[in-house]
Design a protein around this ligand. Sequence first.
Ligand code: CA
Ligand code: CA
Length: 484
Amino acid sequence: MKNLLSCVLLFFLLAACGSPTTAASTQAVVPTQSLPTLPLLDSPTEAVAPKAQPTAGNTYSVAPGGNDNGPGSLAQPWQTLQHAVDSVAPGDTILVQSGAYLGARIANSGTPQAWIALRAAAGASVLLNAPGPENWHGSILEIENGDEAVAYWIIDGLEVSGAPSWGIDSRGTEDYKNHHITIRGNRVHDNGLGTGRTGIFAAFTDDVLIEGNISYGNGEHGIYVNNSSDRFTIRGNTVYANANCGIHLNGDESMGGDGVMTNGVVENNIIYENGTGGGSAINMDGVSSSLVQNNLIYNNHATGIALFYENGAECSQNNRILHNTILMPANGRWAVLVADPACVNNQVFNNILYSYHSYRGSISFGDGIPAGFQSDYNVVVNAFTTNDGDTVLDLSGWQALGFDQHSFTATPETLFVNPAGHDYHLREGSPAIDAASSQGVTRDLEGNLRPAGDAPDMGAFEWGSSPPVGSIFNYLLFLLRRSG
Ligand SMILES: [Ca+2]
Ligand SMILES: [Ca+2]
């Protein structure tokens, strides 16, 4: 994989330099050893949350067999993650060498200009498989002080597995919210199996960026952000086979704070095979003024995207659900649920909302029509409800209520390249091509430009599009480093 990526990267490096020759090929390959010192790379899509700043501090190493009384250099590395995270200053980077480690609790902070990184070294396989000695909750990696906020940390490239409770666990408090925590490119799996806990968890944490992770097989949710956290970005993750939700968002008023999560973005995630224990692919309880776009959601066994309030201080409202591709299996629930009429002013545009269920379909209102609800330009099935499925409307009956005037039904076989093989790119001639409305979404799930052709396409993939050249370069660097 790395060689392939290096070659592809080389191709674009040469192309970008206008040099079609191959003479310099061996020299032109970016050496992987240089990658960890790069500043943070642009991810496949445009940044939404504030970005981490390049660091300018010291670089330390941790390795099995190291010595915490030494200097923490590459030649004389430290041994434990706890010593490392306790020893660094703003701007520093901890490079973790291959091996298995206890986790740690991070209790100090970087600054806006000098984040701290805890990062797998290039090419290293780093496994964190048990809580550290200072941990409080049975989680493997805890980001928590208790008396003050923890902020400006990057957690990057680690495998985190086997926690008694949560895998990666950021917790502020009602009075001291954590903030600016980036959790990127980690593989987080099989945590909380005996306790029903989550892979990646962030409570009372503002401006959290959870990006490019793989979270699977955890005992509760794949990713869980809660407790009034605002301006969250959950982007480009692959989330599968978790017992409950793929991504759970919960304002959770009972824990204090304002009980609402606002101004978040959930985009470009691939979410499948979650929810066997109940829980939506994307579950939004007390989430407002947020954007859910370009997600691919299939074979999840509860609801696709649910807007409701159970613990949140208000019903999820003023959200935009755009350009998602959702396919519900025969044992799933509705593709989109607005559970309560108090969930006002939500918009559902440009999605593919398919279901294999015998009577559950595209959109369900749990208890009447919410004020300000708008939906249109979706691919749908002939099943809608305004009373939690007691009565099922076909598309014309639903349109008579004023919704989905430009939406239409279509089968997966006419829409997608290979639905049986879970390839949900649009096929040539797909009725979803150029059939969406302009909602200001400029990229698709893969970072390709949107719209291509005459108009945007419905669903998460824009047909016949390609990424801008600068994005190709950054995306390949991103993949190369993750594959390392
Ligand atoms: Ca809030
Ligand atoms: Ca198009």
